[in-house]
Ligand binder design. Structure first.
Ligand SMILES: Cc1cc2nc3c(=O)[nH]c(=O)nc-3n(C[C@H](O)[C@H](O)[C@H](O)COP(=O)(O)O)c2cc1C
Length: 205
């Protein structure tokens, strides 16, 4: 099968992208609006950018009416966020946060998610998350116009929380203890419980 995604309805192009670029990590992002009301939403178009400077990106796309999501509106007025890693144990609460709530209504309160203050940024963080990046927005890069157009959020990582119980004996992150989930196409998810190792060619002697 050969496809020109540009010629397809955006929703169909999205389905091809999201079912082939897998598994995607999930950024569970807390923000606040100008009145300090919190918001929490998941984004699986998410990755690290570089370690120097420590940066990450995630990609909220516009709603069907072409308007920006609450996360982007909040970041435009308070350019700070906390990006949480989602373990299997928090997947249901993460998924609940994809519901559209009226602007200003907090997913923390609506879905019983315990919040705790962050150290360097104003949005709260999810107390139970195994890892949380406190970030300041560096740039929001628009890609396209209208429905499904993207606002690529590039953010500097100011502080990282990692729960001690996800670390192994040498202080490294143990993937089994982190138990992060990834998103596949549609409503499917993957865990990180099956693993194998490959030695990098440039490390072979
Ligand atoms: C696992 C998962 C991944 C998602 N990834 C994205 C994404 O990458 N970009 C996006 O715009 N919406 C994504 N969504 C949908 C948003 O979470 C949803 O639109 C949410 O209501 C946005 O919240 P906000 O309006 O408070 O910013 C995802 C939903 C789920 C459950």
């Amino acid at each position: 099968m050969e496809l020109d995604l540009r010629a397809l309805p955006a929703r169909d192009a999205y389905n091809w992208l999201s079912s082939l670029i897998t598994p995607r990590p999930i950024a569970w992002v807390s923000t606040i609006d100008a009145d300090g009301r919190s918001n929490l939403a998941p984004f699986s178009f998410f990755n690290g950018v570089t370690a120097s400077p420590p940066t990450l990106l995630f990609v909220p796309v516009n709603l069907r009416d072409g308007s920006k999501k609450d996360t982007v509106l909040n970041l435009e007025s308070v350019p700070e966020c906390v990006v949480h890693i989602v373990p299997r144990a928090l997947a249901d609460q993460m998924n609940a946060c994809a519901a559209r709530l009226p602007h200003g209504e907090s997913e923390f309160a609506a879905f019983g998610i315990e919040a705790t203050p962050s150290r360097l940024v104003r949005p709260p963080r999810v107390a139970a998350a195994p890892a949380a990046f406190e970030c300041r927005v560096r740039q929001i890069v628009p890609v396209g116009d209208g429905p499904l157009a993207a606002q690529v959020v590039i953010a500097d990582i100011l502080h990282l929380h990692v729960r001690d119980d996800v670390l192994g004996p040498a202080g490294e992150v143990d993937p089994a203890r982190l138990d992060a989930v990834g998103r596949l196409g549609g409503e499917a998810y993957a865990t990180t419980r099956d693993r194998f190792e490959l030695e990098r060619p440039d490390r072979r002697r």
